[in-house]
Design a protein around this ligand. Structure first.
Ligand SMILES: [Mg+2]
Length: 267
C-alpha cells in the first residue's frame, strides 16, 4: 500500500463526502486548507452531467468553500476529454442539456446534427422524442455510442427521476447498441482526470468518497489509491460485508487531514 503522504491530488466525491444536503461535513474546510498548506490539490468529481462545472463551483462557494470551475470534473467533461483523446476535435450528436453542450464546446468537442463521429448521451433534462429518434438512426447506422454515466435514477427533492442510465437502456432496447459508459465507477473517469491534469502521475492520485460501489470501485478499477469516508452512505457493516475494499477508511475528511499531517510529519 502506498503511503498517504505520496498522494498529491485528491479526487473528491461531493455529496456524503464534502457536504451532506446543504451543509459542509466535519473537517471539509480543514482538509482543503491542509491540502493548500502542503502544496497538494483537490478536484471535485460528479457523475451529474446535466450541470456545468461552474454550477458546482458556485454551489461549493455558497456552502463556504470558494471553488473555481477548474476545480471540478463532471462526467460530461470527462466524456469530452475521453473523446478528444480518441479523435481530435470530434463531432458529436448530443443528447444533453444546454449546460452540457456548452461544456463540450468549451473543451473542443463540436456539436453536429449531421454525420457525427459519436453519439453522446448525458443526463438530458431537455430530451425530446425527435432527438431520441435521430440518435437511434445514427446508432443503427453504426455511429459509436457513449454515455456520460451509468446512474439509473437521480434523487431530487420530489423523488427519483430517470437519469442517464435509464435513457441509455431505452436506446439500447430500441437499437441493440449499448453505450460505452464514462462516469463512476468506470476507470475511464480516472483516465479523463489524468488527461485534465497531465502533470499528476497516477501513483500520486487518490479517490475519496462515501460509496463503495461507485467511488471506491472506481479507484480500484483504475488502480489508484482509494479512500472511503464514513460520513455518507456506507455504514461499517456494509464495509465488513463488501467485496470492494478501499485502501484507507476514515470517519470523515477531518480524520483524513489528521492522518495525512501525521504521515507528513513522520517523514
Ligand atoms: Mg457521495
Amino acid at each position: 500500500m502506498k503511503r498517504l503522504r505520496e498522494i498529491r491530488c485528491f479526487m473528491l466525491d461531493m455529496d456524503g463526502t464534502f457536504y451532506l444536503g446543504h451543509r459542509l461535513l466535519p473537517g471539509a474546510l480543514r482538509f482543503m486548507r491542509y491540502l493548500a498548506e502542503s502544496g497538494r490539490e483537490a478536484v471535485f468529481v460528479t457523475n451529474n452531467s446535466s450541470n456545468s462545472a461552474a454550477y458546482y463551483a458556485d454551489k461549493l462557494t455558497s456552502l463556504g468553500w470558494a471553488a473555481q470551475a477548474e476545480d471540478i470534473l463532471t462526467a460530461g467533461q470527462a466524456t469530452a476529454y475521453y473523446l478528444r483523446a480518441l479523435k481530435p476535435a470530434p463531432k458529436i450528436f448530443l443528447l444533453g442539456t444546454p449546460a452540457l453542450a456548452a461544456e463540450m464546446a468549451a473543451l473542443g468537442v463540436q456539436l453536429t446534427e449531421e454525420a457525427p463521429d459519436y453519439v453522446v448521451l448525458g443526463f438530458d433534462l431537455t430530451l425530446t422524442y425527435a432527438k431520441l429518434a435521430q440518435a437511434c438512426r445514427f446508432l443503427r447506422a453504426g455511429v459509436p455510442f457513449f454515455a456520460t454515466h451509468p446512474d439509473l435514477n437521480c434523487p431530487t427533492e420530489s423523488g427519483y427521476i430517470p437519469d442517464c442510465g435509464a435513457l441509455a437502456a431505452l436506446l439500447h432496447a430500441a437499437t441493440g447498441v449499448a453505450p460505452k459508459v464514462i462516469g463512476k465507477p468506470n476507470r475511464e473517469m480516472i483516465e479523463a482526470m489524468l488527461l485534465k491534469k497531465p502533470k499528476v502521475p497516477k501513483a500520486q492520485l487518490a479517490m475519496v468518497g462515501d460509496r463503495l460501489y461507485t467511488d471506491v470501485a472506481m479507484g480500484r478499477a483504475a488502480e489508484i489509491t482509494s479512500i472511503l469516508v464514513l460520513s455518507g452512505e456506507t455504514q461499517p457493516a456494509d464495509l465488513r460485508q463488501s467485496a470492494i475494499q478501499p485502501d484507507y477508511v476514515f470517519d470523515h475528511l477531518a480524520a483524513l487531514a489528521e492522518a495525512l499531517a501525521r504521515d507528513d510529519a513522520a517523514g
